[in-house]
Write a protein that binds this ligand. Structure first.
Ligand SMILES: Nc1ncnc2c1ncn2[C@@H]1O[C@H](COP(=O)(O)OP(=O)(O)OP(=O)(O)O)[C@@H](O)[C@H]1O
Length: 463
C-alpha cells in the first residue's frame, strides 16, 4: 500500500489531509514537526512526503534539504501559505516534487500525491543556486500560481518560453524572473520590444552591423544577440517582427550563429530566447504573417498571464503593494485603501492591467487628500467605468478578437452592422426585462421613447 507522511504543526491541516488521502486509498502517518519525521526516516520511508514550510523548530526547507541528501528520490510536496515566488522557486531548487499553495483544494492535493507516487524515483537533488531576491511578483490567483510553478520548474533549464498576455499583465516581469532564477542570471537580460523599433532597424538592432553596411553605419555595432551572449534575450511583441528577420532568428536558434549586417564572419552565441505577445500567434501563423516553424521553435513552453480583470482576488494586495512602493519612492507616508475604494478597484475592467493599477496608485499617493483613500478620491475614469465587467465573461475581449478577425479578412465599413446588432440586443433585452413596457425600456437604455419607437421601426422589430 502507498504510504503518505504528512508534516505540519497545524493539526487541522493534518486532519483534513489524512481524511482525504485515506478516502483516496492511501495509508497516512502524521508528524507535527520536521525533527520527528527526520528521525522516523532513519528507519523507514513513505512513498510520498507532504510537508508544510513554516513550522516551529526546523522548517520545511531545511527538512527538504535533509531529505535530498539522505533520501534522494523520495518525492516531497511542499505546502506553503506564503504563496510568493521565492518559496516556490526555493522548493523546486531544493528538490521538491511539487509545490502546493495554501489554501488548496483537497482534490488538487490528492491528485498531486497520486502523481508524486507515479514518479517513484522522484527528482534528483539539483545543484544549489545561491538565492536571489527578485522583484516581487504578486499573485495568489490560481493562474498566477501556475506561472510561479513554471518559473520554479524551469529554473534549471534554458528552454525557450513563449509568454502570452495583454499589455501590462507582467510579461516582462515574468521573463526577468525566469532569467533571474536560471543558471544564466550572472549574464545579461536584454529586453527588446519589436513593436517599438522601426522595421528597417530591427535586423541591425538584433544582429549588429559592420562599418559601412548601410548609410549611417559609421562604425561597427554589436547587436543585442552578442550583448546577451550567455544570458537571455526577451523579445516582446514578437508578432510584430518582420518576416525576413523571423527567418534570420530561426537560423540563429537552429545553428547558434549569425552574421552581422554586412558581415562575412559568423558569430557564435548562446542565448536563451523568451518571447512575448498579446496576439494569437497560431492565427498569425495560419494567415502567413508569422513563420510557423519559428512559432514551434519558440513555443516550447507557453505561459499565459491572466488579465487583471480575470484575477480580481489579487487587486487588493497589488494595490497595497503599489501604494507602499510609491510612498517609499516619494518619501511620504503610505496611503490606506478604504473598503469602498477597494470594491471600486475590483469592479473596474483595467484595460491597462497591472501597469494601469500601478499608475493609479502612484496618482493616489500624490493626489488623495487624506491618508485613507475613499471611493471619492479615485480618479474619474475608474468611477465612471462605462462597462462593468460582465459576470458571464469578458465579452469585450471576445468582441475585440472578432473585430480583429473581420479586419484580417479585409472587411470594411463594419460600424453599421455592429451598431445594428448592438441596438437589437439592447432593445430586446430591455423590453424583456421591462415586460414589454416601452417607456420603461427606453429609460433603462437611456433613450427617449421616440428614439426607441424609431429604432424599433428601423430595425424591423415588432412593436
Ligand atoms: N504580478 C505583479 N506583481 C507586481 N508587479 C507587477 C505584476 N505584474 C506586473 N507588474 C508591474 O506592472 C508593470 C507592467 O508590467 P510589465 O512591463 O512586465 O508588463 P508587460 O506585460 O510586459 O507589458 P507590455 O506588453 O505593455 O510590455 C511593471 O511595472 C511591473 O513591475
Amino acid at each position: 500500500m502507498k504510504t503518505v507522511w504528512l508534516v505540519d504543526d497545524d493539526a487541522s491541516i493534518r486532519f483534513v489531509l489524512e481524511k482525504a488521502l485515506s478516502r483516496a486509498g492511501f495509508q497516512t502517518e502524521s508528524f507535527a514537526s520536521a525533527e520527528s519525521v527526520l528521525s522516523a526516516l532513519e528507519y523507514s520511508q513513505p512513498t510520498v512526503l507532504v510537508s508544510d514550510v513554516r513550522m516551529p523548530g526546523m522548517d520545511g526547507m531545511t527538512l527538504l534539504e535533509g531529505i535530498s541528501t539522505n533520501n534522494p528520490g523520495l518525492p516531497v510536496i511542499i505546502m506553503t501559505a506564503h504563496s510568493d515566488l521565492d518559496s516556490a522557486v526555493q522548493a523546486f531548487q531544493k528538490g521538491a516534487f511539487e509545490y502546493l499553495a495554501k489554501p488548496f483544494d483537497l482534490n488538487e492535493a490528492v491528485n498531486l500525491v497520486e502523481s508524486a507516487c507515479r514518479a517513484n524515483q522522484g527528482l534528483k537533488k539539483k545543484n544549489k543556486i545561491p538565492e536571489q531576491k527578485t522583484q516581487d511578483i504578486i499573485g495568489e490567483a490560481p493562474a498566477m500560481q501556475e506561472v510561479f510553478r513554471a518559473i520554479g520548474k524551469l529554473s534549471a533549464s534554458s528552454m525557450s518560453v513563449l509568454i502570452n498576455g495583454e499589455s501590462g499583465t507582467g510579461k516582462e516581469l515574468v521573463a526577468g524572473a525566469l532569467h533571474n532564477h536560471s543558471p544564466r542570471k550572472e549574464k545579461e537580460f536584454i529586453a527588446l520590444n519589436m513593436a517599438a523599433i522601426p522595421k528597417e532597424l530591427v535586423e541591425s538592432e538584433l544582429f549588429g552591423h559592420e562599418k559601412g553596411a548601410f548609410t549611417g553605419a559609421d562604425s561597427v555595432r554589436k547587436g543585442r544577440f552578442e550583448q546577451a551572449n550567455g544570458g537571455t534575450l526577451f523579445l516582446d511583441e514578437i508578432g510584430d517582427m518582420p518576416l525576413d528577420v523571423q527567418t534570420r532568428l530561426l537560423r540563429v536558434l537552429a545553428d547558434g550563429e549569425f552574421y552581422r549586417v554586412g558581415g562575412h564572419q559568423s558569430i557564435k552565441v548562446d542565448v536563451r530566447i523568451i518571447a512575448a505577445t498579446h496576439q494569437n500567434l497560431e492565427e498569425l501563423a495560419a494567415t502567413g504573417k508569422f513563420r510557423e516553424d519559428l512559432f514551434h521553435r519558440l513555443n516550447v513552453v507557453r505561459l499565459k498571464l491572466p488579465a487583471l480583470r480575470e484575477r480580481t482576488e489579487d487587486i487588493e494586495k497589488l494595490a497595497h503593494y503599489f501604494l507602499t512602493k510609491s510612498a517609499k519612492e516619494l518619501k511620504v507616508e503610505s496611503k490606506i485603501l478604504a473598503s469602498d475604494a477597494c470594491q471600486k478597484l475590483k469592479a473596474f475592467h483595467w484595460p491597462g492591467n497591472v501597469r494601469q493599477l500601478e499608475n493609479t496608485c502612484r496618482w493616489l499617493t500624490v493626489m488623495a487628500p487624506g491618508q485613507t483613500v475613499t471611493e471619492a478620491d479615485l480618479p474619474p475614469e475608474i468611477l465612471t467605468n462605462p462597462i462593468q465587467h460582465a459576470a458571464s465573461g469578458d465579452w469585450l475581449s471576445q468582441f475585440q478578437a472578432w473585430f480583429d478577425a473581420e479586419l484580417k479578412k479585409g472587411r470594411e465599413n463594419i460600424w453599421p452592422d455592429v451598431q445594428a446588432e448592438l441596438e437589437v440586443k439592447l432593445i430586446n433585452t430591455a423590453l424583456q426585462h421591462c415586460n414589454g413596457h416601452k417607456q420603461d425600456a427606453a429609460v433603462k437604455i437611456g433613450w427617449g421613447r421616440n428614439t426607441l419607437t424609431r429604432k424599433l421601426k428601423e430595425r424591423n422589430l415588432n412593436d
